[in-house]
Design a protein around this ligand. Structure first.
Ligand SMILES: *[C@@H]1O[C@H](CO)[C@@H](O)[C@H](O)[C@H]1NC(C)=O
Ligand SMILES: *[C@@H]1O[C@H](CO)[C@@H](O)[C@H](O)[C@H]1NC(C)=O
Ligand SMILES: *[C@@H]1O[C@H](CO)[C@@H](O)[C@H](O)[C@H]1NC(C)=O
Ligand SMILES: *[C@@H]1O[C@H](CO)[C@@H](O)[C@H](O)[C@H]1NC(C)=O
Length: 458
């Protein structure tokens, strides 16, 4: 009797500690509370502000780019919730990692720095400009100028020697993946070009966005049905396409296309937005819940891939503002994902997986519509935070600013360096040295899973 009572006590205690987030989705305050709880758990992974650590870095096993993505999520967290708690660490990180040359190419990251890695930091700086995140002191790198630096460097890397154009995945010849051209690197270029066009009104940026899109279509990384594939090798002239479809590739082009539609008001961009919305909805969602197709069903998503869904949430919410005709399609999907993600935020895993309060770790498989699935990490926590916080985007929300509608970030159209200035002469990476290629999507898709899953959903 006594024993069973004690067991019952333990069970109810556990149940109390592991209940999912309670969110009243009709109340902004309740949504903000939930976002705050999840954000608190996310920041427990961050050690860059500890004495002796480097601001802006996440500890192993998280790559540099994911930290950049995290601080972009936190810029938006502040913008939508008004909670300034993490503004200081966000400012410090986005400034420190701008690096020696104010272009998000810090020397420490040379071994792992691809065009996409640099791009994720640039997109976070762009969000800071668009949201009027506090400006750094005048002698420090400014948000808009940082994005322009990355844009200008991308222009110098546009490679017409192979595949008729496009950015390679990697910047440096000695990094693994230099011979691959991919959608995420070109997506970063397209994304910041379209946003710079809208923010500054400078047509040069729009012309480059157009050029990247056209090239993506030419090599059929985006096909006529608006599938967005991973990439292809340059030796084969970009014909051996790896057809894995990742949520963030669809999302990064969706937001950029919506920006271009907003900037140009052209029907051709409206049709592209419509195409991407339709295909994204069909391909990635099961009953309104997003699934990372190439890996989620196989329990094989790596640390990078575990974070992709959150960026799709971010870019869908943004597209719903820049192309308001998509709002009634996109925002119900963000909301259904948020509900499912919040159910997952009930975990109490061991401290090596999660250091936040018990009962607040977020799992990965939102389709399970159940409690915590046991997977915890920066990707899971950040994706859940994204889904939850972006439900605060309203039809009549205050739109991101531009230079003529209240934007205060200072630009420098000439920022960045010519290619010769940053090509270091490093010896080739020796075997055994950690090859920290920021993204490993292609390798995973080919070697672990084979090609069978590509036909899983059509
Ligand atoms: C680092 O930032 C986190 C999140 O804001 C905070 O909880 C922690 O106390 C900070 N650590 C230091 C050493 O300032
Ligand atoms: C590069 O690494 C050194 C040594 O860990 C560190 O002090 C410095 O802050 C790092 N620089 C950047 C931009 O991360
Ligand atoms: C561009 O975005 C603004 C802000 O959301 C919106 O009011 C406007 O209608 C959009 N333009 C077009 C052509 O949809
Ligand atoms: C527009 O952007 C291009 C590319 O950075 C730059 O060369 C040009 O000076 C800019 N034009 C204006 C008017 O700022």
């Amino acid at each position: 009797m006594q024993l069973s009572l004690r067991i019952a006590g333990v069970v109810s205690l556990l149940a109390g500690a592991t209940g999912a987030l309670q969110v009243d989705w009709s109340s902004d305050d309740s949504v903000k509370d939930a976002a705050s709880t999840v954000a608190f758990g996310l920041l427990k992974y961050y050690t860059g502000n500890n004495t002796g650590d480097t601001p802006g870095n996440l500890p192993d096993p998280y790559f540099w780019w994911e930290a950049g993505a995290m601080f972009g999520t936190l810029v938006d967290y502040w913008f939508y919730t008004g909670d300034k708690t993490y503004n200081d660490v966000t400012m410090q990180a986005l400034q420190h990692q701008a690096g020696e040359d104010r272009d998000y190419m810090p020397q420490n990251q040379t071994r792992s720095l691809g065009n996409d890695d640099q791009g994720f930091w640039a997109m976070s700086a762009m969000s800071a400009a668009e949201n009027n995140f506090p400006n750094p002191p005048e002698d420090q790198p400014q948000w808009l100028a940082l994005v322009q630096a990355v844009f200008n460097e991308y222009v110098t890397r546009w490679d017409t020697d192979t595949c008729g154009g496009g950015l390679r995945w990697q910047v440096f010849t000695f990094n693994k993946g230099y011979n691959y051209k991919n959608s995420i690197s070109n997506g970063c270029f397209f994304n910041i070009a379209s946003r710079l066009a809208r923010y500054t009104g400078n047509q040069t940026y729009a012309d480059w966005a157009e050029k990247v899109w056209d090239w993506m279509k030419d090599v059929e990384f985006i096909d006529d049905d608006f599938n967005v594939y991973d990439g292809a090798g340059v030796e084969q002239g970009c014909t051996d396409t790896n057809k894995a479809q990742w949520t963030y590739n669809a999302g990064i082009f969706l937001q950029g296309a919506a920006m271009m539609y907003n900037f140009t008001e052209q029907d051709v961009w409206k049709q592209r937005v419509e195409g991407l919305v339709k295909r994204t909805n069909e391909y990635f969602f099961d009953d309104g819940i997003v699934v990372e197709r190439p890996c989620e069903g196989f329990n094989s998503c790596d640390y990078d891939q575990q974070s992709f869904k959150g960026y799709l949430m971010r870019w869908m919410a943004s597209a719903s503002q820049m192309a308001p005709f998509t709002f009634d399609t996109l925002m119900p999907l963000v909301k259904s994902c948020a509900g499912a993600a919040a159910l997952q935020c009930s975990g109490s895993p061991s401290a090596d997986l999660y250091k936040g309060p018990a009962g607040t770790a977020c799992g990965f498989k939102w389709t399970s519509k159940e409690k915590f699935d046991g997977l915890a990490g920066v990707g899971e926590q950040m994706s859940a935070l994204s889904a939850i916080q972006y439900t605060l985007v309203k039809k009549q929300s205050v739109a991101p600013v531009t230079a003529t509608t209240g934007g205060t970030s200072k630009g420098d159209p000439d920022a960045g360096r010519p290619m010769e200035a940053y090509m270091p002469s490093l010896p080739p990476i020796s075997t055994g040295e950690k090859v920290a290629a920021g993204f490993v999507t292609s390798a995973i898709a080919f070697s672990v899973l084979g090609a069978c899953f590509f036909v899983m959903k059509d």
